[in-house]
Design a binder for this molecule. Sequence first.
Ligand code: FRU
Length: 480
Amino acid sequence: MNKLEKANKYIEEKKDQVNNRPFYHFSPEIGWMNDPNGFIYYKGRYHLFYQYNPYDVVWDDMHWGHATTTDFVQWEYLPVALANDRWYDANGCFSGSAIEKDGKIYLMYTGHVDPNLGFDRIESEIFERQCIAVSDDGLTFHKVKENPVIDEKLLPEGYRICDFRDPKVFEKDGKYYVVLAVRNKQRRGEILLFSSEDLLTWAFHSSIYQSKDEENILLECPDLFSIDGKDVLLFSVMPCDPDFEKQVQNHTAYVIGKLDLEKGEFLTERKGLLDYGRAFYAPQTTTGKDGERLLIGWMHKWHQKNPPKSYGFNGMMSLPRQLTIENGGLVQKPAIDVSSSFSEKIDRKGVLIRPGEELTIDTKNAGYVKLIGHRTKAFFVQFFKEGNKAIRFHWDGKDGKLTVFSSYGDRETIQIPIKEEACDSITFEWFIDSHSIELFINGGQKAASFIAYEQEKGKQIVISANEQSVIETIEYREFI
Ligand code: FRU
């Protein structure tokens, strides 16, 4: 039995041991999942691949898991697409992307070779090279004989082959391009661009983006696409050496600007954070069925508190988010159909909240809350409330600041400044699932994701205020 068959047999035999799954966020059939990979709309369905270790709830020995959906709520698991079974991917099929060519899906991924995987890093023994696997039917994939298609021979002087990964491939004016994360000899992160006519033979184009101030970071999982006449570059910031882990928090960033292919550089106009929460990393985009740009991210961050081992799975994906550019900034709107997946709404208008009073909403399992409040007022909204524990959102209109405190997981406080958007009201939309909360502020101008894997969590939503406050609208829907 080969490595792929072994993985699929294991999943088939053990998948019933998984419990406490999220209701509508995608989670792996069993075992560990990290980055979304190969996100593509192909022959009428969305295909999502992901970094996958079916055998345990911890990261190890990366395969590519595979699932499809049409609505991002109902998912169908497919057999594991890739196992690390060749000399060039012996220690992992790392992250990558997908593109359709001549009716076939081409997956481009990083073959990771590290004989010391799991022990101390010996950089001179680590090789990351780019590889291709092709499928005629969107179900079984074969690795091409040309692999690896981008290796140390194509990587210019001055870069490290030990951190050279996460190909995101795209087509522009009849030519193929790929963006890749790399570290240079000064240990700084850069994003490289390569080009190809046929996806198999590649040439170095240029370094389009460089981290300037910070050292020892890698700009992982880069993505590059155009929307609304602008080019957008995404990446996830990873501290590379343990000494730096405290200074640099993992986060995901976007840069809006222009890719100048002639000069070989990305001209930055505006930068921002993709998600302000504690649980969002390595997102990837694709073109949706109507030509829209859809993004999906791993709802977790490295070194975050994991679910209890007894759940049998570890990892979730965010909801898909439709990206647009409004007033020069990146806007992310949840791209699932709220009205068909959630029950009739409970709608309250002009709700007066007096100090000391609590307005509670009892929820069953998972739901959606939309709240529109006065920008200048202050109020609290708590989820998963159980005794003193909760994920608490505190909107302070005077300071223009949302403070989020979670007493679950790693017990953290974060602050989200919301100053720039001038209007009288502020709108919050929360998607609540069994272990997560995804928040969209002011129609997606800001987003924030949080996880709370603890089994014992309350189901009430509690709204309160220190000073008298009127909330214009409170809408609640239960997931069905
Ligand atoms: C991002 C990442 C990628 C790598 C993958 C390995 O989370 O570190 O850079 O390809 O995970 O699983």
